[in-house]
Design a protein around this ligand. Structure first.
Ligand SMILES: C[S@@+](CC[C@H](N)C(=O)[O-])C[C@H]1O[C@@H](n2cnc3c(N)ncnc32)[C@H](O)[C@@H]1O
Length: 379
């Protein structure tokens, strides 16, 4: 990791690509092994392909293409359509040169489009039959006005869709203040949340009025509102988000993930866990913490203890006094908490009893085999 930072990207930029790369690798493996005939990768705000002049560091389209080319299952991949959209002419020219070596790959169909993400993608989706094809979309704009919820909903409607979105929380926070006097911006913020009634903006300004110093509460309100919009308006079944912070531990943006299938959520959560380097109340990466802690193994180990305990506490509270299957517990941890599921979480929750499917006590103390029922203590 360290050598990478010496050049063009800040640590959090690398963390973003690390999360993307890790998800791409698992996504390619899952859908290749499930025998799909086509895969689709969409990079909606593709950039120049590389950072800096000359060879530079790979941008997101190259993260996808090089992961594809170097993958252990490369020989088995089905045809993969890669849609790259970039509005800026100069960036697009560089992008075209950066991906050139991959154009020779027979099973890769790389299409580069110039113009606005939403209108171009809508047009492409009208023309192509993408139903039932696994789609992975990476949407990484500079601002918060370019991804209306309607396009998320359309992508989600295809079924096996995973979307990773750069949600510019910090910019949006400021933008809502400006939108009071700017009808066009107000409309775009409505579109971001799939609304027409300024609901999020009004509630945000009320929170600000109540306590102008409590920025954390307002930011939580924005992430909560977007998460709920992705589910209610965007059609996602599972969501998770990851905070990116700068050198002063100041929030820059959130990476939001939305998917229709639990496997996608599991894969992304594992990817985010690998990249996180901050506390355990949220999934986050901060440049400040990276430079402070990343190289002290002790701190990493201690954090593992902390998050396992925090996950166990969640279980104790959620299921106090109840008897539930190990499968329900596992689903709850994956779908509704920030933690990945590990069997040791169940043991740490110190349940009253674990019995096998047939009602007999589990022989191995603390283990919860498939089908077993767990009785949690009351609190
Ligand atoms: C944050 S950069 C993308 C970085 C790239 N995803 C990466 O990780 O290497 C955002 C890019 O979106 C482009 N862009 C801005 N508005 C756009 C729009 N409406 N449609 C498509 N591209 C746009 C910008 O020119 C810029 O290159």
């Amino acid at each position: 990791m360290a050598t990478f930072f010496e050049e063009d990207l800040a640590p959090h930029g690398y963390a973003k690509h690390l999360i993307l790369k890790s998800h791409i690798e698992a996504w390619l493996a899952i859908f290749t092994q499930s025998n799909y005939n086509h895969l689709v990768y969409i990079d909606g705000f593709a950039g120049a392909g590389r950072y800096g002049d000359g060879p530079g560091k790979p941008g997101s389209p190259l993260v996808f293409l090089s992961s594809w080319k170097k993958h252990r299952l490369y020989k088995n991949f089905p045809e993969t359509l890669v849609i790259l959209i970039e509005k800026d002419d100069e960036n697009r020219e560089k992008l075209t040169a950066a991906v050139e070596e991959y154009q020779q790959e027979e099973r890769l169909k790389i299409k580069i489009f110039g113009g606005d993400f939403t209108s171009l993608l809508e047009k492409e989706l009208d023309e192509r039959q993408l139903h039932r094809q696994p789609i992975l979309a990476f949407l990484d704009p500079f601002g918060y006005t370019q991804i209306p919820m309607t396009i998320i909903r359309r992508l989600m409607s295809y079924g096996k869709t995973d979307i990773l979105i750069n949600f510019m929380t910090h910019g949006l926070r400021r933008g809502i203040g400006i939108s009071v006097r700017n009808a066009g911006l107000k409309e775009k913020i409505n579109a971001l949340f799939g609304d027409t009634d300024d609901r999020v903006q009004k509630a945000f300004l009320e929170l600000k009025h109540e306590n102008s110093r409590d920025v954390t509460r307002r930011l939580k309100f924005l992430t909560g509102s977007y998460e709920s919009a992705l589910k209610k308006k965007g059609g996602a079944n599972y969501t998770i988000y990851f905070a990116m912070k700068g050198p002063k531990n100041d929030l820059i943006y959130h990476l939001f993930f939305a998917t229709r299938h639990l496997k996608g959520q599991i894969v992304m959560k594992n990817s985010m866990y690998r990249a996180r380097c901050s506390n355990d109340e949220e999934l986050s990466f901060s440049d400040r913490d990276y430079f402070r802690f990343e190289h002290t193994n002790l701190a990493v180990k201690a954090r593992k203890e902390i998050w396992l305990e925090a996950a166990a506490k969640k279980l104790k509270e959620k299921y106090a006094g109840q008897r539930v299957s190990v499968e329900e517990v596992e689903h709850y941890i994956w779908a509704e908490t920030i933690f990945p599921f590990r069997k040791s979480i169940v043991t740490r929750a110190e349940p009253h009893r674990i019995v096998n499917k047939d009602g007999t006590p589990c022989k191995r103390k603390g283990s919860a085999p498939a089908g077993s029922m767990i009785t949690f203590r009351s609190i």
